[in-house]
Ligand binder design. Structure first.
Ligand SMILES: [Zn+2]
Length: 154
């Protein structure tokens, strides 16, 4: 076995935006995915009904990034997003949302906001006999089983 020790050093600038508050679209999206569909974490498959602390992650664009996006580039990949209003609604919709448990969303060594994408993705496909991320789970920081308070994505 070989181990790659990578240090992630990242500075991300976000354009000016209004203070984040959960939009009506976001609240509806989160409720539908987590409570009505009981959708599993995309990585580990735990569900709200099993006690998972479920969160919803903005998969393509974070909410705070939208004012910095070039709409013509966005429209090439999502032709229906032809203006800023449509983009803003889409950002909080199910099309831009991934259901994750707290560990795979914000966990220090396991969350999509914390580690590189290649390492994070391996967790979805790892075999029973192997663990790609051997660092101890940061239980004190992000509990896998906790009351769901409708946590929001960044
Ligand atoms: Zn998970």
């Amino acid at each position: 076995m070989s181990v790659l020790h990578r240090t992630l050093d990242e500075l991300v600038a976000y354009p000016p935006h209004e203070p984040r508050s959960a939009s009506t679209v976001y609240r509806k999206t989160h409720h539908h995915l987590v409570y009505e569909l009981d959708a599993p974490c995309w990585i580990c498959a735990v569900r709200h009904s099993q006690g998972g602390a479920m969160e919803t992650h903005h998969a393509h664009f974070e909410w705070a990034s939208q004012n910095g996006l070039d709409l013509s580039k966005v429209t090439k990949d999502w032709p229906a997003l032809t203006d800023r209003k449509k983009l803003a609604e889409w950002v909080d919709s199910e099309s831009n949302m991934l259901v994750l448990c707290a560990v795979h969303h914000r966990g220090q060594h396991t969350g999509i906001h914390s580690i590189s994408y290649p390492a994070w993705l391996l967790q979805r496909y790892e075999g029973e006999e192997f663990t790609f991320i051997e660092q101890p789970a940061p239980v004190a920081k992000v509990a896998l089983f906790a009351p769901d308070k409708g946590k929001q994505a960044a």
